[in-house]
Design a protein around this ligand. Sequence first.
Ligand code: SF4
Length: 769
Amino acid sequence: MSTHNNFDPSRRAFLGATVGGTALSIAGLPSQALARINAPHPHEKLKETTEVFGFCDMCYWRCGLKIRSRDERAVKIEGNPEHPNNWGVVCAKGNSGLMVAYAPNRLKYPMKRVGERGAGEWKRISWDEALDTVAKELKKIKEKYGPQALAMIGHGTWEKPYHRLAHAFGTPNTTSPVFGLCCGPRGLSNVMVTGRNLTGNETIDLENCKYFLMMGRNVTESLHNGETLGWINGVANGAKVVYFDPRYTITASKADEYYAIRPLTDHAFLLAMIHVVVNEALYDKKFVAEQTVGFEELKKRVQKYTPEWAESITDVPAEVIPRIAREMAAKAPSVFVYAPRRLTRSANDLGTGLSITILNTLFGVWDRKGGVFSPIKFEVPEIDLPKFKHAHLAKRIETGGDFDYSGDVPQAHIVDEKGQFQRADGAGVMGRWPLANAQYGLTNEMWKAMAEQKPYPIKMLMTAGGNGFLNSTDYKTIRQALMNLDFYVAADVMPNEMNMYADIILPEASYLERYDDLQTGGAKEGYVAVRMPAMKPLHDTRDAWTICKQIAERADLGQYFPHDSIKELIEERLKKAGHSLAEIEKKGIIKVPADPKENFRGEQGIPSVFPTPSGKAELVPSILKMMKFDDALDYVEQVRPDEDEFHFTFARIGFHTHARTQDNIFTAEFMPENLLWIHPEAANKRGIKDGDLVKVTVRDGRSEQIKVKVTLRIRKDTVFMVHGYGHFDKRMTTAYNKGASDSNLASSAQEPRVGSISMGQSLVKVEKV
Ligand code: SF4
């Protein structure tokens, strides 16, 4: 204990003395001691931090990160200034990544279900027991039904080893929501017209664009750093922004012109735009003559789509359309018709996507400054892993798009290892959904196949991340699918409604705690980036590669995972590319410089590369005609609400990623619950006031309760809510029961040619509770 003579001036020592020794009252303290209590803390002497590099996993843009660690704990997330996806910037979601690793609700150790399926009753088990059980169930399923009875659904960067495991097992039934629930019709449209896929990290020359025609692309709220920064720079450089959305978003507030277009009718507006561009000869004549086919047929097809016709459907004044077309033509090719990020909404998403790509093509944007650039590729060969009996490795296209249509990928992914069973979701299967991408499949159709056990029994499910309930639209089908299974194993970092139904839960290390496969991308410069662990895995968790390898070994598939670790695998990949792990770990990224000649071939007069059947951009795609789907180019009537109904809409917000981040205690602070936006006139008519609780009911009877935000920022015939709320898993203690689920209200109708969901077709009634 300190004495008066050798008094330790630190507050800690003083309080220690009072607690452990003489019990002094505050009033009785000597003045010197009181002064010490009121003094500020001396500067803490914290240890220096170390820096490691990674790439973000909080959304799918994958910004480069620089993570600070102390005592083997990540303490701060910053952006990697070298990374072309974000140039050092990290958004609110990205910053909240620390609260994935440190989340109190994390899945902390392997567990097995002990109560009824879905009841959420668990028992902790060892990794050995968990992995042995999964391997045993895999063998049992194969023996009883065949390998096709396994479905694998992934969502995230860590899904790749699970796809590998499933293909090694011999099933063709692997899927990810990126196609059927999100970007499918958009990517497909790009590919049909140009052979190039503008999804994923879009290769738009945003900084130099002079005119953005934004079809609901809410780039400031559904945001990705590099894209949003590029767009802001473009606007700062003088680009005009014309924005269409039934809701006045933050992006609308930054636009030069805003039009509250009727929901689901973008296609009508775009067709009228094409009508004007071709009739007034506003297109890039040299480009169209030399690098496209199908112009005359397109011209004939759009004659009926006049601006006056479009006005009657869209509420966009007829006189506006030719003016926008002329303004764009004056700025072309530095213009861009911007598709929404997710194009799974209307009864003709394919036609909407096609119109966007056709307009961009008529304006000759490909490989031109301010239009679309060609990315530089950084070639990092895949390693020579044993080939699957039935398919090649499901791979993410390295540049310019989320899914790959090249070569034999679609065919390779539609049959099981014996060639007897085609994909259960029908993706790529003639007579079912031949246009759907067979690499990522139709997640919506896979759930249906499991629920109906058609076209054949699917009895085992493996999931890697994702949440079938809140990223889709049909709770009944998903619940039925999960209840039909003999066995369900879920690997994830966080609990959610879907993995609540698992028989075994495999807790994964978060993206801050592990190596992962390399990130190879294409921006104006080419790059390969590394994800290094910034901390030791917390709890009893393991990384995805290790989990899959350890299952594979137990299921007699060990030859498909020959490396001891993912670190060893990426070391070998880098070596094949002439680099090393030590080299990439210095800055987190290795780049090849941008090359304006390659990025903007058109500026040099060099023709663009369009890998279509004709080798040119096809204004009426030959593949559509061949498959007799060319009526997709025509307008299809959309659902309209009755007098007492509304169009139901939902969207993302800047600080949440889908339904993944509502339980994150950092992001939850921003918006604890979502609200239903409704126009004041519509609210008054129903006696609804701001903050009232209302019931929202879909025609099919599904309903949710939610508080109301009365606002002029939405059309009178439309209501809106932020996506991802209304969680019903009690393990998610932050998000549980907060707000309402848009997924439980959205439509499950399907795009008739693609098979993707058309979520925007729900019509709802709203009444005060
Ligand atoms: S935009 Fe934000 S959440 Fe998405 S990858 Fe970048 S930092 Fe992460």
